[in-house]
Design a binder for this molecule. Sequence first.
Ligand code: FAD
Length: 414
Amino acid sequence: MRSQTTVINAVTGSHSASHSGAPDTEVVIIGAGPYGLSAAAHLRAAGVDVRVFGRPMQFWAEKMPAGMLLRSPRVASNLSSPSSSGTLEAYEATAGLSAKSPLPLETFVDYGQWFQRQFIPNLDYREVVAVEVVESGFRSVLADETAIYSKRVVVAAGIGPFQRIPQEFRSLPDSVVTHCYSGFDVHGYSGRRVIVIGAGQSALESAALLHEAGAEVQIIAKISTLRWIGQHPWLHHLGPISSMLYSSHDVGPAGISRLVASPNLMRHIPLPWRDKIRVRAVRPAGSRWLPARLKDVAIKTSHFAKEARLVGSQVQLKLDDGSVSSADHVLLGTGYSVDISRYAFLTPGLIERVQLMDGYPALQSGFRSSHPGLHFLGATAARSFGPLLYFVAGAEFASSALCSEILKNKAVPR
Ligand SMILES: Cc1cc2nc3c(=O)[nH]c(=O)nc-3n(C[C@H](O)[C@H](O)[C@H](O)COP(=O)(O)OP(=O)(O)OC[C@H]3O[C@@H](n4cnc5c(N)ncnc54)[C@H](O)[C@@H]3O)c2cc1C
């Protein structure tokens, strides 16, 4: 097998699309977050030749506000390794840390980077800028124009490009409007007026962090009453009955939580039902530790911005009831919409070959897309396998399903 990579001109694309020589590697994984790292750990342990690209835990390290706490319980915040030596607890024991709940962001990032050093020591930090189909499989082009040929590509690239920006904010500059998912330094807003739009975890937690950093914060939410996760704590303390209602991942309400914990079962539920379950399981809500931290924050529910404009250095919002709110900055906690055509590295020719369901790839067992050898993990798989795939907890199922699929069809991707 050829071991060195092939350098070509990525800009002109002066390569052979009919490349049919031996690939450089069996599997290329794009993204070194919880899903990419977990999948790579399983594949390497099974003896599959895999190369992983991206900076370890980059999204968590760079796009989440400092001071954030994970909303997922500790047990659902493990990356997946083929042995128990890769757990959060194993990391904490090695690092001499006491187990904290909720889990601080900084610990989770350090854990993920430790996991990477244990299981994927040969991680390649380079960004993948283009993936296209060649006769022998795929050609992935890196930022320095190196091309890597592989039989399979696994897209584990997260939700970065999927930020949902409401129309009324699109013409305003980044200096006054940012999305929660683009990363921000809460201390930079001390003494400034910030409007946070949204009612989900990132909006509400960002509002709490901004308030604690000395910003004057107002939350504007469309829903009539903010919701909090775990509003019925007694339901979690009924012993075996609670276990029948909730899985340890704690994604979704009683009953639904159990269904969601079985992605293989979710995949066989008719799409309209699956969509209903998915939407219900991840409806906007904040963690139970947030209400106390938001008690001094102005909250306006049942309203939304109809217009947003720049007046001097201020953003002025006209709300649906005709009232006006102004601030130095607007932070959008407006969620994200999966649309794989927004992954800039997927060439249009490749996207055309993937059967889509409103931007999500339609996936089969083993996280296979309709194009042979192309797999998607993480949030992009949630329409096929259910909402567990939006969370770190889904990495365990995804990694072992992907690994079995690849081992089963090692010779020819189907
Ligand atoms: C504010 C917020 C809070 C959240 N809290 C939780 C929580 O508490 N618990 C939980 O389970 N989930 C939480 N989530 C969801 C979380 O995003 C996912 O659980 C998790 O990140 C999924 O892992 P991933 O590997 O799919 O994606 P990511 O963690 O986003 O990793 C993908 C990586 O791929 C890299 N990448 C992208 N494109 C390329 C490229 N072309 N080349 C190389 N690398 C590339 C990115 O830089 C990124 O680091 C939260 C999300 C947000 C936004």
